[in-house]
Design a binder for this molecule. Structure first.
Ligand code: MLC
Ligand code: AMP
Length: 506
């Protein structure tokens, strides 16, 4: 029989030690590999009994819990497409995701059922089920009496395992279709590059609805039959409480910014840790150096995207250069091109970062034109990040060609916020920018020009958009100006605004 190439088969092939803990929670509860095989089988039966067929989308907006990870594995086994959603998304945002993805099943937090169920039903879902943080909810009720084994739906490398939404520069969010092959190849590359083994114990404090916490962290651990200390969210007390049992941690730069301010971060508390990884947003060189000064250890910075998983990484053994994102991972090709012509540029020259490899997604869900526009004819994906490759081969990210703000590792697309603000009576126009923020890296900031005679205040603007946008997208500050700086073409000069307000959160 040919080797099964679906992600679950590829991961479970490595589970030689079935009694090894996969998940250990803060209160000491353990899920072994045997437990997750049985638990994901029961959940896969539950999904099928609820009408899920291979290729169907299962949209999930739940709090972080071991059962939520089992649900992800169950979707892989049932051949369904896992569609995780940030818990901060509002009903207005869910409306768009459900209409676009047309999930067969929606799974939400118990307290949200009353609000989400009518929406899910209106948009064609067969069921709106619930999952709580204690293994409770109507989804788990469906697993009672289900068998602990499941015949996995046959899936090929090219079939879609997950859809993750990433906002568009001009308007609607796009669903990035990630295949079983994309996820498996990235898990394998990272496990090898970062030297993960079954002896590793990872501190997992990231959310599990984005690439970093769901795939980069969880799939690498699953690939290696290793363990993770599963924390509900980033909390420095929790991190230091579990650190003595850990060997590695993955986090966004805000984790490290917060840790270096903590007196518990010392060579003693971290001596046994073999790896600290940072990604999802730029790690300031000063944060990198401050961490080294306090621990003697070098953070390993890597670079990735929803559409591609991880692309580059600083080396495990060689020099981890502050401010650089390292080398393309094995199997990944990366080049720098002229953004206009697409011509490849030489060492040291700044241009568009383009990548190609088994990690690169299949395309945007039901958006063939957008997909085509972001790929070159020879298969390279245009990332929208600007960078250069230095003479020793390290990739440096120097900026973004896309109008994107990254706050605490979450992407915020100004256009989406601007549209909401522009719809407020009294607003003539708005420009949303990211400016340096000590904690979040960049702080979402709205600059507004009012209609003559209008008298809106900062609090009025926030109040008007709060129910429509996820909390992390809400501007930390709103500033009113008489007019925007514009270039000769009449375009708002956001770079000038960014300079003007650079010290806002200092
Ligand atoms: C929370 N808030 C944020 C925020 N997170 N605001 C801006 N940016 C954020 N990232 C809001 C809260 O809603 C709250 O608002 C207020 O800020 C204070 O919250 P907090 O208690 O300080 O936040 P905390 O819970 O500590 O969360 C901060 C964080 C978290 C950085 C730990 O955001 C986080 O875990 N981020 C990780 C994101 C991530 O996983 N990204 C990976 C994407 S994948 P209020 O109004 O209620 O006071 C990817 C690809 C790749 O990018 O390369 O990996
Ligand atoms: P997302 O769409 O949420 O997956 O965010 C991906 C974006 O995060 C990339 O396109 C980069 O702009 C940014 N990013 C990820 N890792 C890094 C990093 N190490 N340094 C700088 N930017 C990063």
């Amino acid at each position: 029989m040919p080797e099964a190439l679906d992600l679950y088969s590829q991961l479970s092939r490595h589970w030689a030690e079935k009694d090894k803990p996969f998940i250990i929670t803060r209160d000491g509860r353990v899920w072994t590999y045997r437990d997750i095989e049985a638990g994901s089988a029961r959940l896969a039966h539950a999904l099928v009994s609820a009408g899920v067929a291979p290729g169907d989308r299962v949209a999930v907006q739940t709090d972080k819990s071991p059962e939520a990870i089992l649900l992800y594995l169950a979707c892989l086994r049932a051949g369904a497409v896992y569609l995780p959603l940030n818990t901060a998304y509002t009903l207005a945002e869910l409306d768009y995701f459900f209409s676009d993805a047309e999930p067969t099943i929606v799974v939400v937090r118990p307290k949200m059922h009353g609000e989400v169920a009518p929406l899910a039903q209106r948009l064609g879902a067969k069921h709106c089920l619930t999952l709580g943080t204690e293994g409770d909810g109507s989804l788990m009720d469906l697993t009672t009496d289900q068998p602990a084994t499941f015949a996995n739906a046959p899936r090929s490398e090219d079939d879609i395992a997950a859809i993750l939404y990433t906002s568009g520069t001009t308007g609607r969010s796009k669903g990035a279709m990630l295949t079983h092959g994309n996820l498996a190849s990235n898990a394998e590359a990272l496990a090898i590059y970062w030297r993960f083994t079954s002896k590793d114990v990872l501190i997992h404090a990231l959310p599990i609805f984005h690439v970093h916490g769901l795939f980069t962290a969880t799939n690498v651990i699953l690939w290696c039959n290793a363990s993770m200390l599963f924390l509900p969210k980033f909390d420095a007390d929790d991190i230091f409480a579990v650190m003595p049992q850990a060997t590695a941690m993955m986090g966004v730069p805000t984790f490290y910014v917060r840790l270096i301010q903590d007196e518990r971060l010392t060579p003693d508390t971290t001596r046994h840790m073999r790896l600290f990884v940072s990604g999802s947003a730029p790690l300031l060189a000063e944060t990198h150096r401050a961490f080294t000064a306090k621990t003697g250890l070098n953070i390993l910075e890597r670079y990735g995207m929803t559409e591609t998983g991880m692309n580059t990484s600083n080396p495990y053994d060689g020099e981890r250069v502050p401010g650089a994102v390292g080398f393309p991972l094995p199997g990944v090709s990366l080049r720098i091109t002229d953004p206009e012509s697409g011509r490849e540029l030489g060492p040291g020259e700044i241009g568009m970062i383009e990548v190609k490899g088994p990690n690169v997604f299949k395309g945007y869900w039901r958006m063939p034109e957008k997909t085509e526009a972001e790929f070159r004819d020879d298969g390279y994906f245009i990332t929208g990040d600007l960078g250069r490759i230095d003479e020793t081969g390290y990739v440096h990210i120097v900026g973004r060609g896309k109008d994107l703000v990254i706050s605490g590792g979450y992407n915020v697309y100004p256009k989406e916020i601007e549209s909401e603000i522009d719809a407020i009576l009294g607003v003539a126009e708005s420009a949303v920018i990211g400016v340096p923020h000590v904690d979040f890296g960049e702080g979402v900031t709205a600059i507004i020009v009012l209609e003559p005679g209008a008298s809106l205040k900062e609090a009025d603007v926030i109040a008007r958009i709060k129910d429509r946008l996820a909390a992390f997208k809400i501007p930390k500050r709103v500033i009113f100006v008489d007019a925007f700086p514009r270039n000769a073409m009449g375009k708002v000069q956001k770079n000038v605004l960014r300079e003007t307000y650079a010290g806002l959160y200092a």
